[in-house]
Design a protein around this ligand. Structure first.
Ligand code: UD1
Ligand code: CA
Length: 454
């Protein structure tokens, strides 16, 4: 029988990430619509950890806020100067002393594709008495990573690239950056790490050699590159995005979603699909989209913060912005934008419309070119359209305005007043007919007269 071992996760998120060439903290850049930090914290939450400590830089309130959002129970520590990864771990010394965990997992906020299952594999050797375990991998391009020095299957040291000799640089097995430390040895090891190196940094990676010097064991667990891709540059961010997208598309396909050209569909970490959903080529899903059974998303549509009901149809060329809710069988066609609006069951807006801050009742029909004029330059107003109402093409509905159930709006109307249920509303200039005037107009044009309009 095994007793459950306690585990403290320490996530390092200090430092500005200068190689990103951005004013935004590195760990707040996103992959699959979710910050790098949120990815790491999601893996931590899913792994069997008892407590989490997050190390941030001074003044990084945005990083703290993001971490709180994802993992409300986490404790925060500030590393006042960026003096290296070992120094960052020691910023959370109080957490180690308070919780006295059996295991400590150290994760980097810039390594977002780590999975909970991989964290369990990393912890496994600790239960057998190993003091330090690291994740190793063989990247296509090893530049920038620490190299693992292994002899007779034993991990002897990690050599940072800046310190490595030319022959050490030819080693293909690299440090994934994620480490597990036995809680009872952790502080003794960390306190012995110095900064006698080219960068004058306290390298966490020195923990391996120090543990060996203390006659403790260290182990490397080899994993696939995708689990431990670190992000230091925008190029690496893009490469990691590609991997995340491949994983998400595969998960959608495995779940039964029909992706006609999966490589052209972009998903978010939280995109949720029901059964028998079809997604045509070239569709982008932003955050918080749910698509229910049998819905079809046609090409070149962009969805974010939207709920697509059963059997609904979206696009081609539709834009669903946050707050959109499409009921069962609703249809949103080409060049239609919807924002903060619900189209109830069977409602249709098939062509060229803007529907914002609105409720469109069941079975209502929105004609081509209809616009809800929701913004008066300072405030937003709502439009309510009753069920089975018919809005003629090219109508402007000036909000706040209410169109009753079954009402009929003549094409080209500018509706500024409420329309009762069942009423017909016409709000446009009356047509003028001038008999035989067409020929007169043409002869004036031919004479080159300046004023040629009727
Ligand atoms: C680190 C490893 C390297 C490994 C690579 C994997 C060290 C010394 N090197 O290198 O062996 O191959 O990750 O991706 O650990 N951080 C702080 N405070 C600091 C320094 C760093 O919080 O003073 C945080 C950063 O925010 C980042 C993480 O630690 O999330 C890693 O730091 P980074 O500078 O990116 O290390 P690498 O040079 O990539
Ligand atoms: Ca890094």
């Amino acid at each position: 029988m095994t007793t459950a071992r306690t585990c403290l996760a320490i996530v390092l998120a200090a430092g500005e990430g200068t190689r990103m060439r951005s004013t935004k903290p590195k760990v707040l850049h996103t992959v699959a619509g979710r910050s790098l930090l949120a990815h790491v914290l999601a893996a931590v939450a899913e792994a069997d950890v008892s407590a989490a400590a997050i190390v941030v830089g001074p003044g990084q309130e945005a990083v703290v806020a993001e971490a709180r959002r994802v993992l409300p129970g986490a404790a925060f520590f500030v590393q006042h100067q960026r003096r290296g990864t070992a120094d960052a771990v020691l910023a959370a010394r109080a957490a180690i002393e308070r919780w006295r965990p059996d295991d400590i997992l150290i994760l980097y906020g810039d390594t977002p594709l780590i999975r909970a299952a991989t964290l369990s594999r990393l912890r496994a050797p600790l239960a057998a008495g190993t003091a330090v375990a690291v994740l190793g991998f063989r990247p296509a391009a090893p530049d920038g990573y620490g190299r693992l020095i292994v002899a007779d299957d034993r991990l002897l040291a990690i050599r940072e690239e800046a310190e490595a000799s030319p022959s050490e640089r030819t080693i293909g097995l690299c440090n994934g950056g994620i480490m597990a430390l036995a809680g009872r040895h952790a502080l003794a090891i960390l306190e012995r790490i110095g900064n006698q190196n080219r960068k004058r940094e306290f390298y966490l990676t020195d923990a391996v050699e120090i543990a060996r010097g203390m006659k403790l064991e260290a182990a490397a667990i080899e994993v696939e590159e995708d689990d431990v891709r670190g992000i230091n540059t925008k190029t690496q961010l893009a490469e990691t995005e590609a991997v995340a997208q491949r994983r998400l598309r595969q998960a959608a396909l495995d779940q039964g979603v029909t992706l006609i050209a999966p490589e052209t569909v972009f998903l978010c970490a939280d995109t949720a699909f029901g059964k028998d959903v079809v997604v045509e080529p070239y569709v982008v899903f932003g955050e918080k989209v749910t698509v229910e059974d049998g819905a079809v998303i046609r090409s070149f549509s962009h969805l974010a913060g939207a709920h697509v009901g059963k059997g609904a149809s979206v696009g081609p060329f539709a834009r669903l912005r946050p707050g959109t809710r499409l009921g069962e069988g609703a249809r949103v066609g080409n060049f239609v934008e919807v924002k903060e609006a619900s189209l109830e069951a069977g409602a249709k807006a098939n062509h060229l419309s803007y529907i914002g801050d609105a409720v469109v009742g069941a079975q209502a029909n929105i004609g081509a070119g209809t616009i809800t004029c929701n913004y008066d330059g300072s405030d937003k107003h709502r439009t309510e359209i009753g069920e089975k109402a018919f809005i003629g093409s090219n109508s402007a509905l000036v909000a706040p305005v209410r169109i009753g159930a079954g009402a009929y709006i003549g094409s080209g109307s500018v509706i500024t007043d409420n329309v009762p249920a069942g009423a017909l509303a016409l709000a446009r200039g009356r047509q003028v007919i001038k008999e035989d005037a067409a020929a007169r107009l043409r002869s004036l044009k031919a004479l080159g007269k300046r004023k040629t309009h009727p």
